[in-house]
Design a protein. Structure first.
Length: 146
């Protein structure tokens, strides 16, 4: 059977548990049609590039499928009918990678990375130091003139 990857975006107003129940129903329908789910990843609540049906965020889920084309057609039909699913994209692939996908691995790198030194407070910034030095010089000149 051909291999597919499908990315689905659900509305942000629903909870993660509701997202899981939606995709459990999709997986159950696929398995009843003779498909096998090889990979399932929840990417989390992420910002959308543009508004979709008045939503700025969405729950992203990736499915790796080994399915006949008829099962994919039925899955896409069911997703079109579901009001909580904003968008989906299914593509045919040569193989399904077992390693975590790019969004998940990138998120892990960000959590482990060093964020740099703490930003300077308002009194440590260069323009405040320069102003204070200027005032100190001016005060010294006033004292000498007296």
């Amino acid at each position: 059977m051909p291999l597919y990857e499908s990315v689905l975006i659900a509305r942000s107003e629903i909870t993660q548990q509701q997202v899981d129940t939606i995709f459990d129903a999709v997986v159950a329908q696929l398995e009843s049609d003779g498909a096998e789910v090889k990979k399932r990843e929840y990417w989390g609540l992420r910002n959308l590039a543009y508004r979709i049906k008045k939503n700025r965020k969405g729950h992203y889920v990736l499915l790796g499928l080994d399915a006949p084309p008829a099962a994919i057609n039925e899955m896409e039909r069911q997703l079109r009918l579901n009001e909580d699913v904003l968008r989906f994209l299914t593509i045919k692939v040569e193989e399904i990678e077992e390693a975590p996908s790019a969004p998940l691995s990138r998120r892990d790198d960000r959590e482990r990375s060093f964020r740099g030194p703490k930003p300077a407070g308002p009194d440590d910034r260069e323009e405040f130091r320069a102003r204070d030095e200027f005032r100190a010089d001016r005060d010294d000149d006033l004292i000498e003139e007296e």
